[in-house]
Write a protein that binds this ligand. Sequence first.
Ligand SMILES: Nc1nc2c(ncn2[C@@H]2O[C@H](COP(=O)(O)OP(=O)(O)OP(=O)(O)O)[C@@H](O)[C@H]2O)c(=O)[nH]1
Ligand SMILES: [Mg+2]
Length: 68
Amino acid sequence: VTWRVAARIIVIGDSNVGKTCLTYRFCAGRFPQRTEATIGVDFRERAVTIDGERIKVRPGRRRGGGSP
Ligand SMILES: Nc1nc2c(ncn2[C@@H]2O[C@H](COP(=O)(O)OP(=O)(O)OP(=O)(O)O)[C@@H](O)[C@H]2O)c(=O)[nH]1
Ligand SMILES: [Mg+2]
């Protein structure tokens, strides 16, 4: 598949506010049973269709603190 649109979403926020749960829900369709504090950056992908256009969305889950 050749993507005409690939959107990257970066989720940044304080620790333990639910970033991992939010992005997991978006990509997997359900909430995780339990999560551990994210170290560094996580990556997920989901393809969505908007106005008939297939768009690849990559929400990157980031931990609360630390350097970029
Ligand atoms: N009640 C409630 N709890 C939530 C919700 N979303 C997440 N949690 C809980 O909040 C805690 C932290 O969620 P995470 O998604 O791991 O938080 P995070 O922002 O990724 O945390 P870090 O990776 O440490 O930065 C977990 O115990 C979740 O079960 C929500 O919408 N409601
Ligand atoms: Mg996390």
